[in-house]
Write a protein that binds this ligand. Structure first.
Ligand code: GLN
Ligand code: ZN
Length: 764
């Protein structure tokens, strides 16, 4: 009989209990003891819940106070040198938070560990740091304590650790460009000691996550896998090792993985669907094969009958050495549907969050063990929901489908504008901007007043008219302020938006929103991604009202502000019943209509934000071209039908453009604003190297810190930019939106920025 297990469970709690406990501890409002009590209660609740779902093996060690990669750094004793001096004087918890966030209730502030995205998810991990002072030292106290806690519950569990190769690969060496593989020999003894300890603690199975096997690895890294796992296999004392790979197929790492001396192998059977048969054929039957058949990255119910068709033959051969699991840790989906009382009841039957996914696994297991007829009623229920979703008229809309079809018939629609030079001339004439025009990225401070008004409005305590009057006031305030600072191109400030994706999603057909669908983004931060369940269409104009209102308050150009199709996709749970590109096209068409409406209402500049454009890049390079092709196309569908003298802006708030420069140029936005201040304009190199042809606004100050930028620094940065980009094509703006800042910070910063632009003009 097949067994079921889980790779990891969301830590934050169904109602974000951990978040509130963390934040209260950080603010000094509660003690470490009370944080530990909340954490321990959550761990027990989650283990019990998983146990009650019928799982055979539960994960332990997947809990984290901030991030599991940082936990691994502490497990192997890799503390970056800048924290070391103070380590001894602090509690373990404060040492940990000091690295995670640069501060803890005790100890002096320090520069926090760098954060970056965990593969292609929206989860951020703390990047391990390596340098010539790096040493390793086993400190398994956290893991061992969680193991003891789980033992007391009397349930079958397997500890989870991040494997040594993934740990090294995800880290960085700052001082030189030394490959982090260099530290493998120093690191392995620590892992060996850990395996020894775990076996002696009575652990039978250990889950070792090596997700980098889903990436393009070179020969050196592949070779290191064989070396490492051979050493583990040769240990006198070691638990059985379940090597887990997720987030994609193995492809060129298949041979390496299949040759590893481990007792079990888990593969992502959702994204790696095409490889299952090969792995089954080649992985020995006396070893465990774990198939991650339930999608851990999305929230749709599984088609269990189809899965049983696939699994039954494997089960016949492998019996209890066939394990079933979610494709990856359930960290990336919300905890449970149970409290979603306001979600449309039909839509709800199509969904499965973490808890419901475990129930699916259990049903699969019982169907394999007892035969489908024994669980026929449950299977029929599941099948009915799947069938209903497939033919629901809330999913498919003929008008939207027809429009996408028409688009495919005449793709030229995405290329209607004249070349940049012609447009630039028309726009110069229309707007008559000075050299080094100044602007901002869109949002102005989301003050307490604004947030309070919105929550009161949502709670029904404010009438729509009252709420709108308050928003109008804030927008007017932002417009007047910008005029006072002397900015050239204004924005309305996004007061009415709580979130750049949610705001549009709420106005589009085909989108749904949950109440408690929280997913951890980093530390205590969670996001609530909307669910795109059906064909996307725009019933009404979304931004015309506020944008024209803002424009009516000023003679300066008012930039309309929209969120681009890729970001709308990337920060949502996207339907899995059609290719992502098709959903992107539908969103693009909705934006096309919005842009036309803005243009018709007299708005001359429109910004289409795409902060998630690069994030959407597939993990494997072989898939990049295809993605970039449709991602660019989606942007162009949205933007490329406007008049030549309408100026299209875009914004991307990150720094690595090297790989995707041709695609960035192909977007053909008239102006792109990017983040550069932190890297000393270094990343402009990609733009100059590629001879990027259009206007650029390299962010001149970092909005992520409350520190005031100086005029000199901004002038210096722009002068650096002017060395490689003609001044006629340079804009002056901050790095990103100002919504997280306070007015007291924004005002002096922007006044100085305008001053810097004036100095630059005087010199030009
Ligand atoms: N227009 C958005 C803002 O200013 C852009 C945010 C972003 O790039 N993430 O807030
Ligand atoms: Zn940004």
């Amino acid at each position: 009989m097949a067994l079921t297990h889980n790779l990891g469970f969301p830590r934050i709690g169904a109602h974000r209990e951990l978040k509130f406990a963390q934040e209260s501890y950080w603010q000094g409002d509660s003690t470490a003891d009370s944080l530990n009590i909340t954490a321990s209660a959550l761990r027990k609740r989650h283990l019990t819940l998983q146990h009650d779902s019928g799982l055979d093996w539960l994960p332990v060690g997947d809990f984290s106070f901030y991030d599991h990669v940082l936990d691994t750094s502490l497990l192997v004793g890799n503390i970056p040198s800048r924290y070391r001096a103070e380590q001894d004087n602090l509690s373990t918890l404060d040492q940990y938070f000091r690295i995670a966030r640069g501060r803890a209730p005790q100890g002096t502030p320090a520069i926090a560990g760098e954060m970056t995205k965990w593969f292609d998810t929206n989860y951020h991990y703390i990047v391990p740091e390596f340098d010539h002072t790096t040493t390793f030292n086993l400190n398994a106290s956290k893991l061992l304590a969680e193991i003891e806690e789980a033992k007391a519950l009397g349930i079958a569990f397997k500890p989870v650790i991040l494997g040594p190769l993934s740990y090294l690969y995800l880290g960085k060496c700052h001082s030189t460009d030394v490959d982090t593989l260099t530290w493998l020999d120093a690191l392995l003894p620590v892992y060996e000691r850990l395996l020894d300890r775990l076996q002696k603690a009575g652990i039978e199975w250990l889950q070792i996550d090596e997700p980098i096997l889903a990436l393009d690895l070179n020969k050196a890294w592949q070779g290191a896998f064989s070396r490492t796992y051979q050493r583990f296999a040769a240990l006198e004392h070691t638990p059985k090792r379940l090597l887990t790979v997720y987030f994609g197929p193995l492809l060129n790492n298949l041979k390496t993985a299949l040759a590893l001396p481990v007792e079990g192998l888990h593969i992502d059977a959702v994204r790696g669907r095409a490889e299952i048969e090969t792995v089954h054929a080649q992985w020995p039957v006396d070893k465990v094969l774990s198939l991650g058949v339930v999608d851990g990255r999305n929230i749709w119910r599984s088609d269990l009958n189809a899965l049983l068709d696939l699994l039954e033959p494997f089960h016949e051969i492998r019996g209890d050495r066939l394990w079933l699991a979610p494709s990856c840790s359930l960290l990336h989906v919300p905890v449970s549907l149970q409290d979603e009382l306001t979600l449309d009841p039909e839509l709800k039957t199509w969904l499965a969050f973490a808890t419901e996914k475990l129930a699916e696994l259990d049903l699969l297991k019982r169907a394999l063990q007892q035969g489908r007829t024994k669980v026929a009623t449950e299977l029929a229920q599941q099948a009915q929901a799947i069938a209903a979703r497939r033919c629901s008229n809330r999913v498919t809309r003929a008008d939207v489908q027809a429009r996408v079809q028409a688009l495919h018939r005449s793709p030229a629609d995405a290329h209607l504008r004249a070349p940049y030079q012609v447009r630039a001339a028309a726009q110069r004439q229309r707007f008559a901007l000075p050299l080094f025009p100044t602007t901002t990225i869109g949002s102005f401070p989301q003050t307490r007043d604004i947030r309070q008004a919105r929550s009161r409005f949502k709670a029904g305590e404010l009438e729509k008219a009252q709420y709108e009057a308050i928003m109008a006031e804030h927008i007017a305030y932002a417009v007047t302020a910008q005029e006072r600072y002397g900015l050239d191109v204004l924005v309305h400030g996004e007061a009415e938006r709580n979130d750049m994706v949610e705001y549009f999603g709420e106005q589009l057909d085909g989108y749904a929103f949950t109440r408690f669908g929280w997913v951890q983004s980093y530390g205590s931060r969670c996001v609530k991604p909307p669910i795109i369940y059906g064909d996307v269409a725009r019933p009404n104009a979304m931004t015309v009202h506020w944008t024209t209102y803002a424009q009516s308050l000023t003679d300066k150009p008012m930039k309309g502000m929209l969120t681009g199709p890729i970001t709308m996709l990337q920060w949502a749970f996207v339907r899995d019943d059609q290719p992502r590109r098709q959903t992107a096209e539908q969103i693009a068409l909705a934006l096309q209509d919005e842009i036309k409406d803005l243009e018709a209402a007299g708005i001359g500049m429109i910004q289409v934000d795409e902060p998630a454009f690069r994030e959407g890049l597939p993990l494997r390079q072989q898939d990049w071209d295809d993605y970039l092709q449709w991602a660019v196309q989606a942007f162009r569908i949205a933007t490329a039908q406007v008049r030549n003298d309408t100026q299209i802006h875009t914004h991307m708030c990150y720094s690595e453009f090297n790989d995707i420069m041709p695609a960035i140029a192909a977007l053909d936005a008239d102006v792109i604003t990017i983040e550069t201040s932190r890297s000393n304009m270094e990343l402009l190199a990609a733009f100059t190297h590629f001879a990027y042809p259009n206007d650029i606004g390299p962010g001149v100050y970092d909005i992520h810190t409350p520190n005031l930028p100086t005029v000199e620094r901004m002038v210096e940065l722009m002068s650096l930019a002017a060395e490689s980009i003609p001044v006629e094509r340079l804009w002056v703006n901050p790095d990103c939106g100002l919504k997280t800042r306070r007015w007291e910070e924004v005002e002096p910063a922007l006044v100085r920025m305008v001053e810097a632009a004036q100095m630059l003009r005087a010199r030009a």
